[in-house]
Write a protein that binds this ligand. Sequence first.
Ligand code: NDP
Length: 298
Amino acid sequence: MSQPPAAFLGLGAIGAPMAARLARGGPLTVWNRTAERAERFAREHGARRAATPREAAAGAEVVVTCLPTSREVEALLDGPEGLLAGLARGTLLLDCTSGDPATSRRIAARLAERGVSFADAPVSGGTNGAEAGTLTIMVGADESTFARARPILALLGSRIAHLGPVGAGHAVKAVNNALLAVNILAVGEGLAALVKAGVPARAALDVVNLSSGRSFVTETLVPERVLTGAWPRTFRLALLEKDVEIARDLLRETGVDGPVLGLTGELFRQARSALGESADHLEAIRLIESRAGTAIRG
Ligand code: NDP
């Protein structure tokens, strides 16, 4: 199947490599708030740059958004240069933002009035997975929208799960990332204590990774980023804090007590104010290190 004309809005850390894959498959128009980023992307990937969201949407059959939160996606809809002014009836909007279910349901309802279909399609797999096209994609949509979205999403990911109606993708993504956040803190605290007790971090991790405490954090993130001291910035801590808050809202809405996620949210809020908006999510472990007066290296 040839790729229909597409537009991509939001060329951030994960949006840019996702858009690059779409640019290889067919005609792509890009828009980014900071225009230089879109200009550079268009030059490097043979895409067309739109000056406004309206211009990006005009002529596209599929529009993909990847912004920090659902608030920014919703804000993009309005105004004479907004998305709604450019979206034609029959267009499909795929929101790959890790957003929140309630805002997405509102966006979907507004789009439906104009004959535009919507799916929330947040992703997991990091910037490496985005480059390789191996993301896991969590979709909330009705059946017919999912069927239309699937071939486009298959250009971006290798596991595409339809989880329920609009909002279901965001809900699962938020819980997934809340689990990541809990794990980062627990691994950081445990390893800091082991290092202070005289056990080399590498030796401790090797055993954990053959045992029941292993996780993506212990198997991949800490060995590649913390033990090496590399600390690359690929996923902002502020965005992970936002994901924990979405998960906490879900617990509140469903009447589930959440003391673990409550404390995790509070600790990530503290980390965000201590480390700033551009810190990477794993730098939460740096705070644990500095408070413990030790370094987890190996
Ligand atoms: P970045 O912070 O790197 O990029 C954010 C993008 O949103 C940029 O293009 C930025 O434009 C744009 N933007 C920010 N504010 C606005 C606004 N008010 N109006 C319009 N555009 C705006 O984020 P990521 O690319 O890392 O993340 C995007 C989404 O994907 C988030 O929801 C995140 O949680 C999720 N995600 C990220 C992963 C990662 O590994 N990075 C992994 C999985 C999900 P500008 O260039 O002008 O700043």
